[in-house]
Design a protein around this ligand. Sequence first.
Ligand code: SF4
Length: 275
Amino acid sequence: MARASGGGPRQPLSVKKPGAAKRPPLADAARATGTTRSRRTSKTIGQKPSQRAAPVARSPRTKADKQAIATVVLDRLQATYPDAHCELDHRNAFELLAATILSAQCTDVRVNMVTPALFAQFPDPESLADAPPEAVEEIIRTTGFFRAKAKSLIGMARALVRDHGSEVPRSIAELVALPGVGRKTANVILGNAFGINEGIVVDTHVQRLSRRLGLTREPDPVGIERELMPLFPRESWAQLSHLLIFHGRRTCFARKPACDACVLADVCPSAGIDA
Ligand code: SF4
């Protein structure tokens, strides 16, 4: 899997005044949100949840504020999850493409339980293109929406054979033209199978964390991706998604995020919320 190259220490973009002393990223990020570790406890200790004011995330005010937070987020999560990676098991681009199609509305763990049998029986685009739908459906049944997914898998394989010499194409435009493939899946393939940082994978975890961290208020994945891209070095885009997904699965849960144990709590404008 492609990893961010790093390219040396980054500086926050929010230090604007010529000659002004540069603040470390943490200082800029904390200033941007007004967030401190004591924020949750200063007024709410001893109160019942029903007595507390409704939690309102303080959003960063400027693009520079967002940039300062983004810099800290990337540095901290890289240090916390140095092995963050795509959790869909695969040996090549074709397998990753099939696994990603199967991962819609399904956990990676569940997908990884069915793909060994799928790839044992249909190891390449040619064999999958000729597969009886019922045979594919039977193997992938537990991933949900199995009829639609079988149709997408077989259609994808046929398109690879017919239009791409049985190879997985390397552009967003060609990938999203395949059955069952949207922009998110295309970004997964480009970033993880080919090391091409064309965009940022925005799944449910990336959506939730980028909003909680105040990096975006966009309601849809395309808008979120558009806002995140300029905040992070391009070479980090594929890894960024893995980092946010790892953090979402281990700490920043959809319900009851573990803010007290979070490495981003001092810069996160949503720290202390009871989601
Ligand atoms: S766990 Fe809490 S502090 Fe950490 S990123 Fe999520 S909302 Fe912010």
